[in-house]
Design a protein around this ligand. Structure first.
Ligand code: ADP
Ligand code: MG
Length: 573
């Protein structure tokens, strides 16, 4: 039990670091069990892997917060935050930090019969000598306090109140966290039911503190929906909520510079995830398969059919199987659109700030000056895409060419959102432009990826922040995939790619199965079995569930990717 463990640490004091290995095992702490799964071999290796396990009953977590999977995900997310909070002043202990999103995380597992927290501990040493007393203190004080202070919801003073969930502020906070998540999921259902692509509740706070902070800006101007777009939704816990409903179709966000256009779009692209209470975006939701599309010149493109946007390149390059080691702005963005469609995106989110202008627009003067232009700009394809069921929300303040193709025109003015659809129609009627809309969005080639050849040396599966994924000797730059928001998602994507590309894995790419089919199957396995469906280590520490479309985006940025072009994929309405 715990006393044994503590005594053993005292006895290890002064011995060689390797002797720590002997404590591997499970220790009974009463309300929970401490598992020392892996002990680091030296003080500079990655920290030792520990787990605390218990049951919801022993910890006073009410049954009604566990009866279906979404609730358990929210409970686990809450516990991960609490644990991180409790160990923040203990430098030897570590757990991944949660951001503003409520997500499925591997480091806290919650079921009806189990609560498990995975964390790391840096076993203390001086040089290579064990500091047994310090380690004993961690095992005797810091670890059990962190575990009980974060996981235990019993109220010693008043067992009856605990059962009712009264007068127990931590239990109330847990319950609110679960309700916040369930309301968000209900809002997602409302989107689907009404054929909306997004909803922004009145009083939401969209602006962030800075370009590098995802915390809400203090004193931000709250969102107020334009009268014409105001809708009421009914949510299980928040009740009736009013806000702006953005219907499927083409939405333009116009407005002067610095008036809040990008802030609105950024909130929408993040709202594919649920946010914690107090974030300001709790009641903002965007369809879960909405994809931010941007230019990323320099990236690699592997055999993507971009002929809908770019054809007849000078050197006779085949743009139905377009590959490059060094894409231009426009080819990278055309590839990003086609890859998103191939991966199953139903909504595209585009900001002029991060786009290639020549892919989005071409004005009348340039159309008459340039006769051999390989690019069909997005403005000529956007309606055909919409007819096929793919919506677009586009920020554009610099050109009026989208005014006549948009179904809805939002105007941002002093951070206020106005419905300018009527004025836009009038302006477009007064100042006409010749239209070149293409009627059909062409069928395109879908791809069948090949597994990666096995690495020569040791295999490597890693990630760095939300920017980079490493598979063996291949570095994948995912810094332009903006909806990978948590480092744990990058880590999980690395292992997802490992599974997909490993020739020995049953879940991987196979002949006859398209990229889309393989990734859909992976997502289904994640739904059924949780993050362990990705394979890899037995107890992954700090993984966070990624969207399947972001797994596809990462795969597409692997320079060593090899694919066979498959059959034409025709849109299904
Ligand atoms: P645009 O894309 O229209 O040029 P941005 O969305 O980048 O403008 O916003 C410009 C600045 O205004 C940013 O610093 C942003 O944080 C701030 N901002 C945006 N919306 C709000 C708001 N509702 N309240 C306070 N500040 C805001
Ligand atoms: Mg902007």
């Amino acid at each position: 039990n715990d006393r044994d463990l503590i005594d053993r640490f005292y006895r290890l004091d002064g011995r060689n670091y390797g002797a720590y290995k002997s404590v591997t095992g499970d220790y009974d702490y009463g309300p929970f069990t401490l598992h020392i799964d892996r002990v680091q071999s030296d003080p500079f290796a990655s920290p030792s892997a520990l787990r605390a396990t218990s049951t919801p009953q022993a910890l006073g977590i009410p049954e009604d917060l566990l009866d279906f999977n979404a609730k358990r995900i929210a409970v686990a997310d809450f516990l991960a935050r609490e644990f991180a909070q409790m160990i923040k002043d203990v430098p030897e202990l570590r757990i991944a930090k949660c951001g503003q999103e409520i997500l499925e995380r591997s480091y806290v597992q919650v079921s009806k019969t189990l609560v498990e927290v995975r964390f790391q501990c840096q076993f203390p040493a001086r040089g290579r000598t064990i500091l047994g007393r310090e380690m004993a203190r961690l095992a005797d004080v810091e670890i059990p306090y962190a575990v009980m202070d974060s996981l235990d919801f019993r109220d010693d003073d008043n067992a009856e109140n605990t059962a009712l969930g009264k007068n127990n502020p931590r239990l109330t906070a847990l319950r609110t966290h679960v309700e916040t998540y369930l309301d968000y999921l209900a809002l997602q259902e409302v989107l689907t039911g009404n054929e909306w692509v997004a909803f922004v509740a009145d009083q939401s706070l969209l602006a962030r503190r800075s370009g590098v902070s995802d915390l809400p800006l203090t004193n931000a101007v709250p969102f107020v929906s334009p009268d014409s777009l105001r809708a009421s939704v009914s949510l299980p816990y928040a009740g009736t909520v009013q806000g702006m409903a953005i219907p499927a179709g083409i939405t333009l966000i116009a407005g002067g510079g610095y008036h809040g256009k990008s802030t609105l779009l950024n909130a929408l692209q993040r709202a594919v995830y649920a946010h914690i209470l107090g974030d300001g975006r709790e009641l903002v939701a965007t369809r879960s398969q909405a994809m931010k599309i941007r230019a990323a010149d320099g990236r690699a493109v592997t055999s993507v059919d971009i002929s809908a946007f770019i054809a007849n390149l000078p050197a006779g390059t085949d743009t139905a199987r377009f590959s490059t080691e060094n894409a231009s702005g426009s080819t990278s963005q055309a590839a990003a659109i086609m890859e998103a469609l191939e991966g199953g995106a139903d909504t595209l989110l585009i900001d002029e700030d991060t786009s290639a202008t020549n892919l989005l627009i071409r004005d009348a003067r340039m159309r008459s000056l340039i006769k051999s232009e390989p690019i069909t700009p997005f403005v000529d394809r956007i309606r055909a895409l919409s007819a096929q069921g793919v919506s677009t929300i586009l920020v554009m303040g610099g050109s009026g060419d989208y005014l006549d193709v948009a179904d809805l025109v939002l105007l941002m003015e002093d951070y206020r959102c106005l419905d300018a659809t009527q004025q836009a129609k009038e302006v477009a009627g007064l100042m006409t432009r010749e239209r070149f809309d293409e009627q059909e969005f062409p069928a395109f080639l879908q791809r069948h990826p090949h597994p990666l050849p096995a690495p020569k040396g040791k295999s490597k599966t890693k990630s760095r922040g939300t920017e980079q994924i490493t598979l063996d000797r291949h570095d994948i730059d995912v810094s332009d995939v903006e909806q990978i928001v948590d480092p744990g998602q990058a880590e999980a994507i690395a292992w997802a790619l490992r599974g997909l590309l490993d020739p020995a894995r049953p879940s991987g790419f196979k002949q006859g199965l398209s990229l889309r089919e393989t990734v859909d199957a992976l997502d289904e396995a994640l739904n059924r079995h949780g993050l362990s469906a990705l394979g890899g280590p037995e107890r992954p520490a700090f993984w966070v569930r990624p969207r399947k479309i972001d797994v596809v985006a990462a795969l597409n940025r692997l320079r060593a990717l090899q694919v066979a072009a498959g059959n034409s994929l025709v849109f299904v309405k």
